[in-house]
Design a protein around this ligand. Structure first.
Ligand SMILES: [Ca+2]
Length: 349
């Protein structure tokens, strides 16, 4: 793709193909641990204050495009400390995405409430329109009927019924989250915390690599992300692309680790994923999920995040300032790779 190609030309690409095309993957693993704590001092947040007991989680996901959402969901189902209260889906064909989520839950013997959410971003056109992994759905029992137009209200009622106890985990475009926070502005303050996979918080490392230094989830709905990042949340942990890209697994290893009852649907969905240009899984969303239960995986640094909305070329760019006067957001700046994989498969088969 030429350097001056318009951002809209990525519309038909998957997140992974988009990143590969733009060359962003070239700098993926370059985040030396020694530089982790530059700027503000990392702190342990209240998100983990009750990590000894179970944690109530609501998952908001664009499962069905990249494979990592399926990995994150399976991890949550395997994690004995995760009280998964429900799942909402987001981006194109959210009902099909709900079917995939249900197939994975059913295989794990779980009946989790699943609500298809919003199919389109708040303002910009949808560029994640298809659900390629749906091709494997026929091999896995799943529901096909779900409540319609009820996802936001489900989230709202669930959080209000469990004040200050729910961790909201957002691993897709933040359209559902922003709509929830707009419809009921008290909701952010009633959460235990929000954990999101999204953003790219060390942009100076990425700018030379390609024309699109905008992470996929934020870029898919920048106006929604802007609302979320300006919300008055007690805790907001962001796990960005510049950290998640360190965590990869090639197809042969995937077969080795995922060939058991719990993970087999993921293996099947991954076979479709591997038919594309990608030959490795990158564990973007699973990293966000595991940090809820193991605070030692990532080091978080306080700062403030602004979302670029004006520039068309940089729309969705995450501007992170660790020196901001109000530095209450927390951004992952480093990851313990070994600890992540140990945590991911700790309760596995
Ligand atoms: Ca995702």
């Amino acid at each position: 793709m030429p350097d001056d190609a318009p951002i809209q030309s990525a519309a038909a690409l998957s997140r992974r193909a988009f990143l590969k095309t733009t060359g962003l993957a070239l700098g993926a693993s370059a985040l030396p641990a020694a530089e982790v704590s530059r700027g503000a001092q990392a702190k342990t947040s209240s998100l983990h204050s009750q990590v000894a007991g179970s944690i109530k989680v609501l998952l908001d996901t664009d499962i069905g495009s990249d494979i990592d959402d399926a990995v994150a969901l399976t991890y949550l189902l395997s994690q004995p400390k995760c009280d998964l209260l429900g799942i909402t889906t987001v981006t194109g064909k959210p009902i099909v995405r709900a079917m995939i989520a249900d197939a994975i839950c059913r295989n794990a013997g779980r009946n989790i409430p699943i609500y298809p959410g919003l199919a389109k971003p708040l303002i910009i056109p949808q560029r994640q329109t298809e659900v390629p992994q749906a091709a494997a759905l026929g091999r896995w029992p799943h529901r096909t009927e779900f409540p319609t137009n009820a996802a936001i209200e489900f989230m709202r009622k669930t959080i209000r019924a469990n004040p200050h106890e729910v961790v909201l985990l957002g691993i897709g475009a933040q359209t559902n989250l922003a709509t929830l926070f707009t419809m009921d502005p008290e909701i952010p303050s009633l959460l235990k915390g929000l954990v999101t996979m999204g953003g790219n918080f060390t942009p100076v490392r990425w700018l030379p690599a390609g024309p699109f230094p905008v992470e996929w989830n934020i870029g898919n709905d920048p106006q929604a992300a802007d609302i979320v990042y300006r919300s008055d949340l007690p805790v907001h942990h962001s796990v960005g692309l510049d950290v998640t890209y360190r965590l990869t697994m090639a197809a042969p290893e995937v077969h080795q680790h995922f060939d058991n009852h719990l993970w087999r649907p993921v293996l099947d969905f991954a076979a479709i994923f591997f038919q594309g240009p990608q030959k490795v899984i990158t564990f973007h969303d699973p990293l966000a999920a595991t940090t809820i239960f193991n605070p030692r995986i990532c080091e978080f640094v306080n700062g403030w995040v602004d979302i670029e909305l004006v520039s068309e070329r940089l729309r969705g760019f995450t501007m992170w300032n660790p020196q901001a006067p109000e530095a209450r957001q927390k951004v992952a700046m480093g990851v313990d790779d070994k600890r992540f994989f140990e945590t991911l498969f700790a309760h596995g088969a």
